[in-house]
Each structure stands twice: as structure tokens, then as C-alpha cells.
Design a protein around this ligand. Structure first.
Ligand code: CA
Length: 229
């Protein structure tokens, strides 16, 4: 089965570099130079598992494209490729639904490690244990990776699903950012506190009654987070 990855990047030299290295890594890159082309390619290839999105594009803003792709497909993996390095952009990218963020110029080893890690998570290599976890108002189905709260389906990204699963597997236990990053993103992410924080903020918006005063995912000052009901 081909491992298709959408590459949305208008600078041909960078796109060429990314495409060449994805091919070497065993992937099938699907190229786009504009937002419109990207949506066209996604329509043509519904089996794309991962999307790499540049931010500065001739016809669109990458964050907006990210939001639209995510609204259509909660399961696809999304990595933002950006020349900007400001922390705010990273946060914006993650809040619009991206799973990860890589800055240009790309460092090849780091870039490929992150692509491989996210591809593994989103394409789901390992079979899931069958069954359900029910806690309080939540019902987590580990077979089809869905979450219901009080009978209503909550749309989760793959990363959000893994976060909820980790919390539900550890009720009442304080989980440090490092533990969460290590388990959900992989060992090489252990110092990326921002990624954990932003994803948890996004998750709270989906599952908490009042995200400003979270009742399920509580912050334990200076330590991390705890799942309680
Ligand atoms: Ca660009």
C-alpha cells in the first residue's frame, strides 16, 4: 500500500527537497503549490494520511487551509512547515488543528523523524485492543477511536484521542508534560512543553463544560495534568 503524503509548498526548491527525501523514506508525495491544488489533490487521493502545509502561499494562508482540512478530516496527520519561528505562530498552527510544527530551513534528520512519528500514529500500525472505557460522562471506544460525552460524539484528532486514552488509563494520577509528550509524541519530544500545553488546551475546549475552569483535565501546578471526574 502506498504511503501518501500531501506536500503543500509553493517554493519549488523546498518542495523538491521534501519530495525527494519523502520518496527515499518510502513515501509517495502528492504535490501542491497552492491551496486550491491542495484541496484538489485531497479530493483525488482520499487515502492521504499526512499533510505537510506551508504557511505563506500565493493564494491562501496555511493556517486557514489547516483549519479546513481538519474540519473535513479529524484523522489526518498535519505538520505545519513554516519559515517563521515565533512561538505565537507555533501556537496558532496547533490551535488550527495541526499535530506538529517544523521550521524552515528544514533539518533533514529532524524533519524525517517527525514525519515518520506522525505517520505511524495517524496510519495506525498496531491493532487496537477491542473494547470501551467508560468513565463518568465519557465513553471511549478503542476500536474505532471515538469519544462520546453524555451520548454525544466528540470529534477528536488522533493526537487528542491518544491524550484522552492516556488520561483515562491513569485516572487520579499526575502526568508530567514530559510523560505525556513521551507517550503520545515519542521520546524525542520530551522537552516540547508547548506542544503538550496547546493540545491539551484544544482538547479542553472539546470536552470540558467550561474550558476556562476545567473539571476533567486539571492542571497540577508545577507538575503537569491530572484526569479526574
Ligand atoms: Ca511559501
Amino acid at each position: 500500500m502506498s504511503k501518501k503524503i500531501l506536500v503543500l509548498e509553493d517554493e519549488t526548491s523546498i518542495r523538491g527537497f521534501v519530495v525527494m527525501n519523502l520518496k527515499r523514506g518510502g513515501y509517495e508525495p502528492i504535490e501542491a503549490g497552492t491551496g486550491e491544488e491542495a484541496f484538489e489533490q485531497l479530493r483525488r487521493h482520499p487515502d492521504i494520511k499526512l499533510a505537510l502545509l506551508d504557511i505563506m502561499l500565493p493564494d491562501a494562508d496555511g493556517f486557514e487551509i489547516c483549519r479546513k482540512i481538519r474540519a473535513n478530516d479529524p484523522q489526518i496527520g498535519i505538520i505545519i512547515l513554516s519559515a517563521r519561528t515565533q512561538e505565537m505562530d507555533k501556537v496558532t498552527g496547533l490551535m488550527t488543528g495541526a499535530d506538529d510544527y517544523v521550521t524552515k530551513p528544514l533539518v533533514l534528520s529532524e524533519f524525517m523523524a517527525r514525519v515518520d512519528a506522525l505517520y505511524r500514529r495517524t496510519a495506525g500500525g498496531a491493532p487496537q485492543d477491542p473494547g470501551e472505557v467508560v468513565q463518568g460522562p465519557f465513553r471511549l471506544n478503542t476500536r474505532n477511536r471515538t469519544l462520546e460525552k453524555s451520548g454525544e460524539r466528540i470529534k477528536l484528532t488522533q493526537v487528542e484521542y491518544l491524550l484522552v486514552k492516556m488520561f483515562m488509563d491513569n485516572p487520579g494520577k499526575v502526568l508530567t508534560r514530559g510523560e505525556i509528550l513521551g507517550a503520545v509524541w515519542g521520546r524525542e519530544y520530551r522537552d516540547e512543553d508547548k506542544i503538550a500545553e496547546v493540545n491539551i488546551r484544544r482538547l479542553r475546549r472539546k470536552i470540558e463544560d467550561d474550558p476556562a475552569n476545567p473539571a476533567f483535565i486539571t492542571t497540577v501546578w508545577n507538575l503537569g495534568y491530572m484526569w479526574g471526574l
